[in-house]
Design a protein. Structure first.
Length: 132
């Protein structure tokens, strides 16, 4: 949505078997992230509480891969209630790092694009851009 593409609306229409209007092209250069998924990925890769704290710090300070990025799922600055699920995930991950690691290995990757899928999307985007 931040890039100007109403993807959620399109997915709802698709699930209702409604006709799909053509989606507008997204604005380039928009960088977003989802803190919860970033933290679950951190737990999946390493799981150590110290690394999770570092990831929290990077998210909070918008450093590393989060430079210039905007939160999509839990935008606490404009929706303070979204802090609650974020805080629950944080507490759970720090209190039970092994459970967090196992859960993220089981579930988090199913919500993320694989590197192969990203390559297909990027290649199709470049091909479409070259045609226009």
């Amino acid at each position: 949505m931040l890039a100007g593409v109403p993807l959620t609306e399109a997915l709802v229409r698709l699930s209702l078997a409604e006709s799909q209007p053509e989606l507008p092209p997204g604005r380039e250069g928009i960088k977003t992230h989802m803190a919860i998924l970033s933290l679950l990925e951190c737990a999946r890769q390493d799981g150590a509480p110290t690394e999770q704290l570092r990831e929290w710090w990077r998210l909070w300070r918008r450093t590393g891969r989060f430079v210039g990025s905007v939160e999509e799922l839990t935008p606490v600055r404009i929706d303070w209630l979204s802090a609650f699920p974020l805080a629950l995930v944080a507490i759970w991950m720090l209190a039970m790092p092994n459970a967090a690691r196992q859960t993220s290995r089981t579930h988090a990757s199913s919500h993320q694009l694989s590197s192969g899928a990203i390559k297909v999307i990027r290649d199709r985007y470049r091909a479409e851009k070259a045609r226009s």
